[in-house]
Design a protein around this ligand. Structure first.
Ligand code: SF4
Length: 334
């Protein structure tokens, strides 16, 4: 049984312009001690997917229309016998891209961490403040006793992110969802935060779901990678499979757009031309059709099902069909 299993998740938002189908049948699972990275460009539905399983989608305008989210085999969406509040925040915790907008500027860092401990763990104010200092020390914040009495504006970006991680880990969660945790940080601090997360994972055997658009971060952190496009996971596999045997043209395009240290100095990055489809009325066939250099007539009308390349690797693309003319003629060589 997977620690967290998401199946066929659909999320929509009602707006003045119509209904946006932001997440369209997303499914993944993550086990203890494993890191799953969900990658894709802005607006592809990665954050909405994880926010919906954390109960963070405001209804209205958003709503989960279909799907299942199981934690240790127990359904947590729409299950009256499960107290979602008990699982979210304690068993499953989340950290965000911009800690400054998530922390309360009028409360000290120590009080904010201790509030979490009092609410979820029932600790007294004194006990929770002692634990808050311990957590800040664990996050390698120097002089944690003094720092716990300071306000968010007195912290650097890296220290704020460490404080957010301390707050998320306060209840010793089994799963940490990290939504672009290093995007707002410079590369040195980014490296320190990623190292910290890896060490904490090794220590707690915690699962991490990492949301990012940075393939460098993925290569460093992930065991499994799910590539999202237009509200769907279009390719999923182990980190090696996605980086060395990527099959979907979108994944191949993402890799080509990434700088590498082997590319010639004068070599140009290859951008993916075009824009994602309008999710007010998603295309009936492949969502990547309008941008795909290998698109065939069938792709426009018929949605590709997942084609398995191995037990851990699938791609939703007609190019993986044995009789695909692009492959038969040798036109497509990822
Ligand atoms: Fe391109 Fe067709 Fe594959 Fe979609 S299904 S990625 S349009 S080849």
């Amino acid at each position: 049984m997977a620690l967290l299993e998401v199946k066929n998740l659909h999320v929509e938002f009602n707006t003045f312009g119509g209904t946006v189908k932001a997440v369209r049948g997303v499914g993944f699972h993550v086990d203890e001690g494993e890191t799953l990275a969900i990658v894709g460009e802005s607006g592809c539905g990665k954050s909405v997917s994880v926010q919906s399983l954390m109960g963070l989608i405001p209804n209205p305008p958003g709503r989960i229309t279909r799907g299942s989210v199981k934690y240790r085999g127990h359904e947590i969406i729409g299950n009256p016998s499960i107290n979602g509040q008990e699982i979210r925040g304690t068993e499953i915790a989340m950290i965000f891209q911009d800690p400054m907008s998530c922390l309360n500027p009028t409360m000290t860092i120590g009080s904010q961490i201790s509030e979490t401990l009092q609410f979820h763990n029932g600790l007294s104010k004194k006990q929770s403040l002692i634990r808050a200092v311990e957590l800040l020390t664990m996050m390698q914040i120097p002089d944690a006793t003094r720092r716990a009495k300071q306000y968010p504006f007195e912290f650097s970006g890296g220290m704020l992110q460490r404080s957010m991680i301390a707050m998320a880990l306060a209840c010793d969660p089994s799963i940490l969802i990290a939504d672009e945790p290093t995007t707002a940080l410079d590369v040195t601090i980014q490296s320190q935060i990623l190292e910290l997360l890896k060490n904490l994972q090794a220590h707690n055997n915690m699962a991490i779901v990492l949301i990012t658009h940075d393939l460098g971060v993925v290569a460093r952190m992930a065991d499994q990678v799910a590539v999202m496009y237009a509200g769907e996971i279009i390719e999923q596999g182990s980190s090696d499979e996605i980086f060395y045997q990527s099959a979907h043209p979108y994944t191949v395009g993402l890799r080509s757009a990434m700088p590498t240290n082997t590319r010639e100095i004068t070599g140009r990055l290859e951008p993916i031309q075009g824009t994602p489809p309008d999710l007010y009325s998603p295309p009936p066939g492949c969502g990547y059709f309008a941008r795909c250099p290998y698109a065939m007539d069938a792709c426009e009308k018929v949605k590709p099902e997942p084609f398995n390349m191995s037990n851990t690797h699938y791609s939703k693309c007609w190019l993986q069909h044995n009789d695909c003319p692009q492959v038969v003629k040798g036109i497509y060589k990822p």
